[in-house]
Design a protein around this ligand. Structure first.
Ligand code: C2E
Ligand code: CA
Ligand code: CA
Ligand code: CA
Length: 276
């Protein structure tokens, strides 16, 4: 079925696969992971559909667990959210991304932007704006950082009347709406929000060549996004048929295994050097 988002369902699905996983253990270990440098950002590039140019990378967190091996975020982000570690984890991601942007300055990679993912809890943290600001200052960054938020995050902002998104945008951080189309059918918020990119959820891309309903949905997303002056990104593009269909419909950017899997920094840099 369609994505379920974060929550108990996914956690339990994972537990079925890793029967020895104990949530309490894992949560304690995650606290240690933050202190002992076991977290790592992998980077997945996104490119323009019309000319193949690099448009930036998305940072996706991984946990190099000393016993359990490489863990993907669906396993531990929900735990971090339930047990109060998500803000520390999120600060680590922000800091790491800013550090990387600084490292790339004055190199061949100086134009690359980094998009980080943030959940609703992270945005609700009263210190997050201050932390973002201080990171940008410490690393002297005035462009190149992007934040990916889901529709539910954005709607929660609208409902609470907060203007955090305006504040973030005023710092020069570009906002992406992630998993677009899976959340809410209320589009009125889009007009008011300082959003630069819409990301079409992978669930609409998978069968795009053959499924007429998905084609209709994706065309509508493109019309809404472009009509409101945004760029549209397709995620989860795995084959050339999907890419060509999207290109033909004037989708702006794509991301997915066809182009590259998420890679550790070193591999990303050698991949970039070969491609561009
Ligand atoms: P997302 O933001 O929707 O990220 C896309 C997910 O799809 C990633 O899974 C990526 O590895 C995977 N993917 C990319 N291209 C393809 C493809 O062509 N085919 C398929 N089948 N999958 C593809 P990943 O890395 O396991 O991340 C899962 C989710 O965890 C992300 O979904 C994001 O919501 C969350 N996440 C990742 N890093 C962070 C983080 O630093 N902070 C927070 N709060 N959430 C994060
Ligand atoms: Ca994302
Ligand atoms: Ca997605
Ligand atoms: Ca997501």
């Amino acid at each position: 079925g369609r994505k379920t988002g974060y929550g108990r369902v996914q956690v339990f699905n994972h537990r079925e696969n890793f029967t020895d996983l104990d949530e309490i253990d894992l949560t304690r270990e995650l606290g240690e992971a933050l202190e002992h440098d076991q977290l790592e950002l992998y980077y997945q590039p996104k490119c323009q559909l019309d000319n193949g140019k690099l448009a930036g990378v998305e940072a996706l967190i991984r946990w190099n667990h000393p016993q359990r091996g490489l863990l993907t975020p669906n396993l531990f982000i929900p735990l971090a959210e339930r047990f109060g570690l998500i803000n520390r984890l999120g600060y680590w991601v922000i800091e790491q991304a800013c550090h990387q942007l600084q490292q790339w300055r004055n190199t061949a990679f100086s134009d690359i932007s980094i998009a980080i993912n943030m959940s609703v809890q992270q945005l609700m943290d009263p210190h997050v704006i201050h932390f973002l600001k201080s990171c940008l200052e410490r690393y002297r960054i005035n462009r190149g950082l992007e934040i990916e938020l889901t529709e539910s995050v954005i709607l929660s902002q609208e409902r609470s009347g907060l203007n955090l998104l305006e504040q973030i945008s005023a710092m020069g951080i570009l906002l992406n709406i992630d998993d677009f189309g899976t959340g809410y059918s209320n589009f009125s918020y889009l007009r008011k929000m300082p959003v630069r990119f819409l990301k079409i959820d992978r669930s609409f891309v998978t069968d795009i060549e053959h499924n007429k309903d998905d084609q209709m949905i994706v065309r509508s997303i493109l019309a809404i996004g472009h009509g409101l002056g945004m760029q549209v990104i397709a995620e989860g593009v795995e084959n050339t048929g999907q890419r060509d269909w999207l290109r033909h419909q004037q989708c702006d950017l794509y991301q997915g295994y066809l182009l590259s899997r998420p890679q550790p920094l070193g591999e990303l840099e050698s991949w970039l050097s070969k491609q561009f």
